[in-house]
Design a protein around this ligand. Structure first.
Ligand code: XMP
Length: 506
């Protein structure tokens, strides 16, 4: 197990992903909440930060229980922090350094740089530099611009690197992390999906015993994998509830419910479309929509769960990025949108929570799902937001608007499948814009809705870029939509990346 201390860098999650790719388990904790029991950790990594170490408000971690006692790697801010605090000199550089650089020196025999090319490309993102190292530090790598690009503290397994090994553009970044974790810290590489599944099923069995668990299925990958793990652990004592909020994709409720039944899950489908749509009537504000949907879900769920006697647990498909994003509300980085699937229970539900996936990233959830034998088509489904089409209908929501966007979305998604593009896209959907535009159909002037299509590439939804779909494909989809979907006379394609845009429009 590896401990990553977070100072609020946008790249902290990437460090964790790279570590997990080495089949090594790791956890991210905020710098000011260092776990009390450090015995389970075999190595520690300090992340980067948006702060300069020279800023009086910069994070001030207490490393007294860590430095010199665990193999320790400081990345960017983490490296500067140690140099600054243990007697070196950090100063803001005349030129901010962002982007690619190449090493031009590696100390001979450096264990951290084993098997790394001496001109290896590294990714920089900093405005301060380590001008002078403390006496007991030695420089182990440089770039043309940055002399102290990497250092080691003599007589300790403590290292600092100015560049970011976790980003793909640092060509040997993974090798460097492997050198640190496997060769230097000797952390065993035993973290695999199969092992995770076995361990989780065993511990769920032990924790839950003969108690009953209720779980809300959403049709998405996370809740499905969580349900399957629980099903294998406790069988029929798992009660699944699948709510139709009226904002799902076309025919999704029926087809997914059917699939769940085939998987042997004990699932009850509840069609609450009217309840949700009534509550949403006239509401345009995106965050209000999210809250209303979250609360309506709790109402329905509570009602249904109340019908099952003697339930002790509520299971959720929460995954690691939700956990980290929620922690960071009080931490160094800001929340951009409120994702409503985290945040605890209303008092009246009084159930214990079980979250079998809370330590997994999305790609790991998929790998665990495959290990459990879940249908590849279900596992490969694009992510779909909890509030569903509500946040893809800009402005207020009506039944008619839901119908229009369901039809448009269905044409788009089916075409992606027909053209063998579905798997190449991370997420796709259609957005109903709150404007009408003029068109002409036959000899008639029309004044109808505009829809936007969005398809993005991403690995985790944190950053994303629009997909360069073939023009012929876009042409076919646009034609089909305008010809088939009554009420739409114009189709546009969204070519914005995240950041600065987001994936959803609301
Ligand atoms: P954004 O729009 O923030 O989306 O770039 C990133 C990912 O999160 C999904 N998303 C949500 N999921 N509740 C959810 O469960 C929400 O309120 C929500 N808002 C966005 C989005 O679909 C994308 O996968």
């Amino acid at each position: 197990n590896v401990l990553i201390l977070d100072f609020g860098s946008q790249y902290t999650q990437l460090i964790a992903r790279r570590v997990r790719e080495l089949n090594i388990y790791c956890e991210i904790h905020p710098f000011n909440k260092i776990p009390e029991d450090l015995k389970e950790f075999k190595a520690v990594i300090l992340s980067g930060s948006p702060f300069s170490v020279l800023n009086p408000e910069a994070p001030q971690p207490d490393l007294s229980q860590i430095k010199g006692q665990f193999p320790l790697l400081g990345v960017c801010f983490g490296a500067q922090f140690m140099a600054h605090n243990y007697g070196g000199e950090v100063a803001s550089s005349n030129t901010r350094e962002f982007g690619r650089a190449n090493l031009n020196f590696i100390k001979e025999d450096s264990d951290l740089f084993q098997n790394i090319d001496e001109h290896s490309q590294v990714w920089m993102s900093h405005s301060d530099s380590i001008k002078a190292l403390p006496d007991n530090f030695e420089c182990i790598a440089s770039t043309f611009e940055v002399k102290n690009a990497a250092y080691k503290i003599k007589g300790e397994q403590t290292y600092g690197i100015q560049f970011h090994p976790e980003v793909y553009h640092s060509t040997d970044g993974k090798q460097l992390l492997e050198n640190f974790l496997v060769n230097i810290a000797e952390v065993p590489q035993t973290w695999t999906p199969a092992k995770f599944a076995d361990m989780t099923i065993a511990s769920l069995k032990e924790e839950i015993g003969d108690d009953k668990v209720v779980l809300g299925l959403s049709g998405g990958v996370d809740s499905t994998v969580a349900a399957t793990l629980l099903h294998q652990a406790i069988g029929k004592n798992l009660y699944c509830i699948f709510v139709n909020n009226g904002l799902l994709r076309k025919n999704e409720f029926e087809s997914v419910l059917d699939q769940y039944k085939h998987m042997g899950l004990n699932v009850k489908g509840v069609d609450a479309s009217d309840y949700f749509l009534d509550k949403l009537a006239g509401v345009s504000d995106p965050e209000k929509k999210r809250k209303i949907i979250g609360n309506a879900f709790i109402d329905i769920f509570d009602q249904e769960a109340g019908d099952i006697t003697n339930v002790t647990y509520l299971a959720q498909g929460t995954i690691y990025p939700d956990v980290i994003e929620s922690v960071s509300v009080n931490g160094p980085s800001a929340t951009i949108k409120s994702h409503h699937n985290v945040g605890g229970l209303p008092d009246f539900m009084k159930l214990k929570i079980v979250e079998p996936l809370r330590m997994l990233f999305k790609d790991e959830v998929r790998r665990v799902g495959a290990e459990l034998g879940i249908d590849a088509k279900l596992l490969g489904r694009h992510p779909f937001p909890g509030p569903g089409l509500a946040i893809r209908i800009l402005g207020d929501i009506t039944k008619e608007k839901v119908r229009v966007i369901q039809e448009v979305d269905a044409v788009f998604i089916q075409a992606l499948r027909d053209w063998d593009l579905y798997e190449k896209v991370w997420q796709a959907g259609a957005i109903l814009l709150p404007i009408d535009s003029v068109g002409v159909m036959g000899d008639e002037r029309t004044y109808e809705k505009v829809v936007a299509l969005r398809a993005v590439e991403s690995t985790d939804g944190m950053t994303a870029d629009w997909v360069d779909l073939p023009y012929k494909f876009l042409q076919t989809v646009s034609n089909t939509i305008i010809n088939k979907v009554k009420g739409v006379n114009r189709v546009v394609y969204d070519i914005s990346s995240k950041p600065p845009a987001t994936i959803e429009w609301e």
